[in-house]
Write a protein that binds this ligand. Structure first.
Ligand SMILES: Nc1ncnc2c1ncn2[C@@H]1O[C@H](COP(=O)(O)OP(=O)(O)OP(=O)(O)O)[C@@H](O)[C@H]1O
Ligand SMILES: [Mg+2]
Length: 544
């Protein structure tokens, strides 16, 4: 607290208007002058490889499954050598051993470099982070001298602290002439404030709660931001985060702002809201336009009763470990308490499990994730705090002990495996209480040519439409017709013990439709005296 004061006190009266922010020696950050020139096009007139024919471009887009909506779309950067990157960036590519841009990078880079607003949707593990980070580097670097005095130029918002820190690691793989800072809740403010005031970072990666806190207390000014990224954009625009995002964007006063949104999922419910923040934007989709999962993941759904899940989990783990005891496994459960209970039970039976959720201190969350990344703790039990964006090498299995509250979450959760063209497997326990989501899940399975368990088809007939819960601003219209599937396909073979139970004990059916998210950064608020976790959802959120 004291270090916080030494930087921050006395400047709390500059709220809302995009002012505030500190400089070295405790002098407030000057506002950018009204006539400041903001450069945003680093594509037009640049020596980009231009000998691709229209035909080459069409063939490339078709082959990679790229669909585009919008006008004046620049052609893809198919090879790293197609664009004259500064040396530090090319060196970063080679250091990481990348041969080629991924499809979302190939088509996302030219759009972002041309200064256009955009929505980039591509499957989990397809390299979206670099898709927005590399153009951010160029954006900043090319006007560093003219603008460095006015505060950071680029801002990346992410929903969880772990993801924000991971994005910073991606940034730090590259050498830059400017600094960056990761602003996130749970950790002490002092070092982050020090970073902001002393090192004048030009790139800020942040979770919304702590960032709003810093804006309100005048620690940071976003008046110079001209490149804004929402990673996991559908999550950032849902009801949990929307007010915070609005507040942040209101302080970005720069007339010329480029806004870029990225995710693996883009539900209808957020699209209109997204458009409020975008201008003349281009949307690119890699892969199917409907909700879809990464095809490198084998998806196995087991229909069972709530009471059977535990035993099934144990036998599943036994089988997985028989295959290779070093396999990394992530188990998702619905609530913090369930995560705790499950972890205790696993540990009691000598499984090397650790857990992560929003009631854990941030230092513990960080430590557990580190142990998991290193392979020292190969089983991670988690709430949805670990569902999005986390890129952990070699997760071979994802187990949905509880089905998530939306099919989008399902796609993100299972996407923790099968990254970078690796293969992975996702097991999902699905109960009668989850019936409402059966249709959505069946669609995802079918799109990925997965076997659809006949028991799941049966449940879909009882499920009604996906009454799309709570999360996004409006309820989903456009119900998927019931009974629209032929149950001709074989049921979840694969040698895994399928003693399908058909009797939910009623527990699942009582799941509240209003979801309380776990531990994203949404609601930490500066004036609330919150402890380290910012899971404002926590009160009463233990469902069972
Ligand atoms: N051009 C490339 N060639 C090879 N690997 C790459 C390339 N670009 C990124 N990667 C690697 O791919 C992995 C996944 O990248 P990233 O985390 O950005 O995926 P994502 O699309 O953001 O996934 P998610 O939707 O889960 O957030 C990372 O380990 C990253 O280092
Ligand atoms: Mg990502």
């Amino acid at each position: 607290m004291s270090s916080y004061r030494s930087y921050g006190a006395g400047y709390n009266n500059n709220r809302g208007g995009g002012g505030g922010g500190y400089h070295r020696n405790n002098t407030p950050t000057p506002k950018p002058p009204a006539n400041l020139t903001v450069k945003s096009d680093f594509y037009t007139g640049v020596n980009v490889r231009s000998d691709y024919s229209e035909q080459d471009i069409t063939v490339f887009r078709e082959k990679e499954g790229i669909t585009i909506r919008g006008s004046n779309v620049p052609p893809p950067i198919m090879e790293f050598t197609d664009y004259p990157w500064p040396k530090s960036i090319s060196a970063g590519f080679s250091r990481q051993g990348y041969d080629k841009p991924t499809p979302i990078q190939a088509q996302g880079w030219p759009i972002a470099l041309a200064g256009r607003d955009m929505v980039g949707i591509a499957q989990t593990g397809s390299g979206k982070t670099m898709s927005y980070i590399i153009p951010a580097f160029i954006h900043i670097d090319s006007q560093l001298n003219e603008r460095r005095d006015y505060g950071p130029m680029a801002l990346v918002l992410a929903p969880t602290r772990e993801l924000a820190q991971q994005i910073q690691e991606v940034v730090n793989h590259f050498q830059t002439r400017f600094g960056n800072v990761c602003v996130f809740g749970g950790a002490s403010k002092g070092p982050q404030i020090k970073e902001i005031t002393r090192n004048r970072p030009m790139l800020v990666i942040a979770t919304p709660g702590r960032l709003n806190d810093f804006i309100e207390s005048g620690i940071i000014s976003l008046a110079n931001i001209s490149y804004l990224v929402l990673d996991e954009a559908d999550r950032m625009l849902d009801m949990g985060f929307e007010p915070q995002i609005r507040k942040i964007i209101a302080t970005i006063t720069m007339a010329k702002r480029q806004t870029l949104m990225w995710s693996a999922t883009w539900p209808k419910e957020v699209r209109t809201l997204a458009e409020e923040f975008l201008q003349d934007y281009i949307q690119i989709n890699v892969g199917a336009l409907q909700l879809h999962a990464n095809h490198n993941i084998t998806q196995i759904v087991e229909v069972c009763g709530d009471m059977e899940k535990k035993e099934k989990l144990f036998s599943l783990l036994t089988e997985i470990v028989k295959e290779n005891s070093e396999n990394k496994i992530i188990v998702f459960a619905e609530t913090k308490r369930k995560v705790d209970d499950l972890t205790k039970q696993l540990r009691y039976s000598n499984w090397p499990a650790m857990c992560i959720h929003g009631d854990k201190s941030q230092s513990e969350r960080d430590w557990v994730l580190k142990e998991f990344r290193s392979g020292k703790a190969p089983i991670l039990v988690a709430t949805d705090v670990a569902a999005r964006g986390l890129d952990v090498e070699d997760i071979k299995y994802v187990i949905n002990f509880d089905y998530p509250n939306s099919s989008e979450d399902y796609v993100h959760r299972i996407g923790r495996t099968g990254r970078k063209n690796k293969k992975g497997t996702a097991y999902t326990f699905f109960t009668k209480g989850n019936s409402k989501q059966a249709n959505d899940l069946i669609n995802v399975l079918k799109e990925a040519n997965q076997t659809v368990n006949p028991k799941l088809l049966e449940l879909s007939r009882f499920g009604g439409g996906p009454d799309k819960y709570r999360r996004y601003g409006s309820s989903r219209n456009g119900f998927i017709p019931k009974n629209s599937y032929n149950s001709g396909r074989g049921g979840g073979g694969n040698g895994y013990n399928n003693s399908y139970g058909n009797n939910s004990n009623g527990n699942g059916a009582g799941y509240p439709q209003k979801r309380k998210f776990d531990s994203f950064d949404a609601a930490s608020n500066s004036n609330a005296k919150k402890p380290y976790y910012d899971s404002s959802y926590s009160s009463g959120s233990r469902f069972n």
